[in-house]
Write a protein that binds this ligand. Structure first.
Ligand SMILES: [Fe+2]
Ligand SMILES: [Fe+2]
Length: 192
């Protein structure tokens, strides 16, 4: 049976990938005739990525799961080091994207391309990050961690406290925000 911590990580990857995909589609499609709607929806998507994966998902990986895997599989420690760095880099990159979107909104279309190029680049980087975790780290973890390890990691996932918001476990506020974004995004990206 799949450990609870892995189930949580994979479920979160699914949510992140769904938002990333919608964001990519929004950027591909462009604002069309609804610029305010575009800024609102794209801004909410970026906020979601900043708030949920950057602050809740990555810390669980970097602090709770990765160190155990690196300890048991020295060959993978280098890749884990890279992914940890990407967690830090991602946090800054998402802040930059929020800034670039604001610049377009407030300064006009001359700032559009900078946002679009940076956003596409970041989405690519992000999906590759998740792919490496899914294809390299999770299989390695499943191979080398024993029942005792999983008990420890699962317990930490369930109870460890994040100083930022008081918990690691997923809060329903994120699901509500996710639903709001999907409702507001234009069809066929969302239901709006
Ligand atoms: Fe990650
Ligand atoms: Fe991840």
């Amino acid at each position: 049976m799949k450990p609870e911590s892995i189930r949580v990580i994979q479920e979160e990857h699914g949510t992140i990938a769904a938002i990333a995909k919608s964001l990519g589609m929004m950027i591909e499609r462009g604002p069309r005739d609804d610029l305010p709607g575009y800024f609102e929806v794209v801004g909410a998507m970026l906020f979601y990525i900043d708030e949920f994966p950057e602050r809740l998902h990555h810390p669980k990986e970097t602090e709770l799961l990765f160190p155990k895997v690196a300890q048991r599989v020295p060959e993978i420690a280098k890749l884990i080091g890279q992914l940890d760095k990407e967690h830090t880099r991602g946090e800054f990159a998402i802040g930059d994207l929020q800034y670039l979107l604001k610049a377009w909104e407030l300064l006009g279309p001359t700032r559009r391309e900078a946002f679009e190029v940076a956003a596409k680049h970041h989405l690519q980087f992000y999906m590759e990050h998740i792919r490496l975790e899914e294809t390299e780290i999770i299989p390695a973890a499943m191979r080398v961690l024993d029942a005792g390890d999983w008990e420890e990691v699962d317990a930490a996932f369930a109870s460890n406290v994040d100083p930022l918001n008081g918990k690691y476990p997923r809060d329903p506020i994120y699901d509500r925000l996710f639903t709001r974004i999907v409702m507001r995004a234009p069809a066929p990206i969302g239901l709006g």
